[in-house]
Ligand binder design. Structure first.
Ligand SMILES: Cc1cc2nc3c(=O)[nH]c(=O)nc-3n(C[C@H](O)[C@H](O)[C@H](O)COP(=O)(O)OP(=O)(O)OC[C@H]3O[C@@H](n4cnc5c(N)ncnc54)[C@H](O)[C@@H]3O)c2cc1C
Length: 437
């Protein structure tokens, strides 16, 4: 069987079906208080926060706003940190770890409030998100994490033993799970459409196809060159995520573009979907392949994502790999074809944690490392408030760091070629052996 259906258009995100991309060709104003570079979730949320705090704001994007990660992602809405308590304290100390855990619930509430306040119709649903343990050791780690989450973040979470897992997901591939019942799901492109509409409603200029150059300090402000003219900005906010590149070399050395791939299946019968995903949760794995999967918002298809490769591969290759992994989890889908396959860049940091930072009047929020539907808009707003000296900008994420590595001296992240081989040849095999124990 061919993995791709006859009418599949490889490269086109499932979410882009029915999209209307607005023409945003008005040039940015010549002078603003805050110029935002990048119109994904981070930049748009920053623009809203800064405007509502009284600043004159403009947003420029190198391409069509949203066509970065923000309309390509899995639409899973989660807010607990990517790292364990032990790893966070090791990296940043106990105070920062406590702050990061404490911001899980407020960041989730921030996004839910924004969706409600701005009337964003993005199929948001509190489905719950379940983290599936690939090995027994992973499940033991989940029990420990549940205790930390209860003590430090107050977000509800529930440990699910292997014996009870079939009520959530129709497979025996996993050794247990951790369920976050307040996490949810959304349609990423509609979410972005709604944020963009909220920005435009405020009269903020958003300019597409307008790649900004490096801000140059000049007379107490910044001069930023764009293809649509020069902008003089009191402050600049860099929200370029996994699409950060030269001349923003300092940030590009710290946040590298790690591709993530997704497939959507052809429609599957409701009875079968009921057996495969009875809990209708957002599902993520603990293994390094980082598979994540869900039903489409209309409940007709499976969307299955993961690290099909750590470097760019052709969509057809990614589709075959993801289809194979999906069929291992759910052999019932082995004969189901794929209608969509696409990818996007996650802006990954070497600590796996995001950061809001600044140098002079140039601020940034990035390094979401694949978890940005909540953290990107939340920290975008925090970064904007910090740029304006607004106390609402206080966050533990100002105390994390974006460090670089000797592996990544700049330019293209060549080290990912080696990492890709290492993960595929060594880590993946070791984890598959461990899963059988
Ligand atoms: C395939 C995939 C699946 C994912 N799944 C999930 C998920 O299920 N849940 C979750 O929480 N997160 C997920 N993520 C992560 C999430 O999508 C991102 O963290 C989030 O969208 C980041 O938003 P952003 O605004 O920072 O960056 P982006 O949306 O990538 O926007 C950055 C923008 O900056 C622009 N830009 C770059 N350089 C310049 C310049 N010099 N001047 C002007 N503009 C510039 C780019 O054109 C781009 O539009 C996923 C990511 C991918 C790629």
């Amino acid at each position: 069987m061919a993995v791709l259906s006859a009418d599949a258009r490889p490269g086109l995100p499932y979410w882009w079906e029915g999209a209307v991309w607005p023409a945003l060709d008005a040039p940015p104003p010549a002078a603003v208080d805050l110029l935002v570079l990048g119109a994904g979730y981070t930049g748009l949320s920053a623009a809203i926060a800064a405007h509502d705090a009284g600043a004159k704001v403009a947003v420029v994007d190198a391409g069509q706003p949203g066509q970065g990660a923000s309309t390509r992602n899995g639409g899973m809405v989660g807010a607990h940190p990517r790292l364990s308590w032990d790893r966070l304290t090791e990296l940043f100390g106990e105070e920062v770890a406590a702050g990061v855990f404490a911001e899980a619930a407020p960041s989730l509430a921030f996004v839910q409030d924004a969706i409600a306040r701005e009337g964003i119709d993005c199929d948001f649903a509190q489905t719950g998100r379940i983290q599936l343990a690939w090995t027994r050791a992973d499940h033991a780690g989940q029990r420990k994490l549940a205790e930390t989450v209860a003590a430090q973040s107050g977000l509800p979470c529930e440990v699910i033993a292997k014996a009870d897992l079939r009520r959530e997901v129709g497979t025996d591939s996993y050794h247990g799970a951790l369920l976050f019942p307040t996490h949810g799901a959304l349609h990423p492109r509609k979410y972005h459409d709604g944020l963009l509409a909220a920005v435009l409603r405020r009269g903020i200029t958003v300019t597409a196809c307008c790649r900004a150059g490096l801000p140059v300090a000049e007379g107490g402000a910044y001069r930023v060159e764009t293809p649509h003219g020069t902008v003089r900005a009191g402050k600049v906010l860099v929200a370029t995520g996994g699409y950060t590149r030269a001349p923003f070399r300092r940030l590009a050395r710290r946040v590298f573009p790690l591709p993530s791939y997704l497939i959507a299946t052809e429609p599957v019968s409701p009875n079968l979907l009921g057996e495969l995903a009875p809990g209708k949760r957002m599902m993520v794995e603990t293994r390094a392949r980082h598979s994540y999967f869900r039903l489409s918002p209309d409940g007709t298809r499976v969307l299955f994502g993961g690290r099909a490769s750590m470097v760019d591969v052709r969509p057809e290759v990614a589709a075959a790999r993801l289809h194979a992994t999906m069929s291992e989890v759910w052999p019932e889908l082995a004969e189901t074809q794929v209608s969509h396959v696409w990818s996007g860049n996650t802006g990954y940091s070497f600590t796996h944690m995001p950061h809001v930072g600044s140098e002079g009047g140039v601020h940034w929020a990035m390094g979401f490392s694949g978890s940005g539907t909540v953290m990107a808009p939340y920290l975008g707003a925090k970064a904007a408030w910090r740029a304006l000296g607004d106390p609402r900008g206080e966050t533990a994420y100002a105390e994390t760091t974006l460090r670089t590595s000797w592996l990544h001296p700049g330019g293209r992240p060549w080290f990912l070629q080696a990492a890709n081989l290492w993960y595929r040849m060594v880590v993946d095999r070791a984890q598959n052996l461990a899963a059988r124990r």
